[in-house]
Design a protein around this ligand. Structure first.
Ligand code: NAD
Ligand code: IPM
Ligand code: MN
Length: 370
């Protein structure tokens, strides 16, 4: 059996609270289903800074690179607001993405039937929604140089970030989007701002060329990213797969999260390129939400984004498709039963905390296995 080395990086705030619920599922799978996950654990974000003065230690970085998959909770919080920029909690996540070369971030936004009236949008707008945002994750303005605050010497400073994309980066992310579209609604919408950005012009050209060369069977449309944000709120069901850059992808996926009812619902998979020999790929699975300092420690966080991220891990890293399907069905089943954390609560439903939600999903997962 191929190895199943799983590194858990719970992080800060609600990260560890949500990760505890995944840990229970893994413990059950190892004990009862003989799934054979080898667990290791490390520190990332503010918790790593408190322990080592860095947002991730070299030892934990090595563990991440040697693992078959990483499960990541969330990082950040007001406690670390004034630490130096290079060692701020978020730097740990950015280093993991960059050093593991996780260029493809898959952010599915699915509106579970039971939550169609939990969204801030009308039920008919979100009911049955199933879209996938494919966000480029290792390039663009997140990593482009120069990136600095420059002292202009006249009492003024200049903040500089640089948006950079090379052809190969756009080719490989659009390839991922087209391949995934073929397994779903067969449509890709590429979003950039070619009307004001040179990187947008190149993005548009390369996506078009990639489509012509290899994916002519997939429907392709182009949209300016600001209009794309508007269309996501107006009529999100027009989309199947959206491919976009690092920064637009960050913003558009938070918007997409609210279509599903809550940021606490959205999982993601961050994937590297498949190894030419083995076909295996480096991968990190992370909820789209952050450390939610406003509710951390209250036991109210929704663990579904974290649990659904583990389901993506089962699917993409370990090819455990049946288990992934069953875990996703368990989430849907618990929502059908009317069980809700505070963020997705509505009238007449049963409000529970993080632990109870995790327990309910595990119980459903067990029942579906029987
Ligand atoms: P956030 O995602 O932490 O929270 C935004 C809002 O959504 C808050 O009101 C929060 O309570 C709510 N929310 C988020 N996840 C939830 C969940 N699982 N259940 C219930 N409610 C949930 O974003 P923010 O407040 O802008 O950022 C807080 C910190 O998190 C910052 O330091 C930021 O940099 C960091 N952050 C980290 C990640 C990550 O680790 N992947 C992602 C986004 C933000
Ligand atoms: C996300 C987060 C991160 C990002 C931060 C925490 C670095 O907002 O994963 O969506 O901006 O990519
Ligand atoms: Mn974000």
């Amino acid at each position: 059996m191929a190895s199943k080395k799983l590194l858990l990086l719970p992080g800060d705030g609600i990260g560890p609270e949500a990760m505890a619920e995944v840990r229970k599922i893994i413990a059950y799978m190892n004990a009862e289903l003989k799934s054979g996950f080898e667990l290791d654990e490390g520190l990332v974000g503010g918790s790593a800074y408190d322990a080592h003065g860095k947002a991730i230690s070299e030892a934990d970085m090595e563990k991440a690179l040697a693992s078959d998959a990483v499960l990541f909770g969330a990082v950040g919080g007001p406690k670390w607001d004034s630490v130096p920029y290079d060692v701020r909690p978020e730097a740990g996540l950015l280093r993991l993405r960059k050093d593991m070369e996780l260029f493809a971030n898959l952010r599915p936004a699915i509106c579970y039937p039971a939550l169609a009236d939990s969204s801030s949008l009308k039920k008919e707008v979100v009911e049955g929604l199933d879209i996938l945002i494919v966000r480029e994750l290792t390039g663009g303005v997140y990593f482009g140089e120069p990136k600095e605050i420059r002292d202009l010497g006249n009492g003024q400073k200049r903040g500089i970030d640089t948006q950079v994309y090379d052809t190969y980066e756009i080719e490989r992310i659009s390839g991922v989007a087209f391949e995934l579209a073929r397994t779903r609604g067969n449509k890709v919408t590429s979003m950039e701002k070619r009307n004001v950005m040179k990187s947008g012009v190149l993005w548009n050209e390369v996506v078009t060329a990639t489509h012509r060369a290899k994916y002519f069977d997939v429907k392709l449309e182009h949209m300016l990213a600001d209009a794309g944000g508007m269309q996501l709120v107006r009529w999100p069901k027009q989309f199947d797969v959206i491919v976009t850059d690092n920064l637009f992808g960050d913003m558009l996926s938070d918007i997409a999260a609210m279509l599903t009812g809550s940021l606490g619902m959205l999982p993601s998979a961050s994937l590297g390129a498949p190894d030419a020999k083995t076909g295996s790929r480096k991968a990190l699975y992370e909820p789209v939400h952050g450390s939610a300092p406003d509710i951390a420690g209250t036991g109210a966080a929704n663990p579904i984004a974290m649990i659904a991220s583990f389901a993506m891990c089962l699917r993409y890293s370990f090819n455990m498709v049946a288990e992934a399907d069953r875990l996703e069905a368990a989430i849907a089943g618990v929502l059908d039963d009317g069980i809700r954390t505070a963020d997705i609560m509505s009238e007449g439903k049963t409000k529970v905390g993080t632990t109870e939600m995790g327990d309910a999903i595990l119980a459903k997962f067990k029942a579906l296995a029987a």
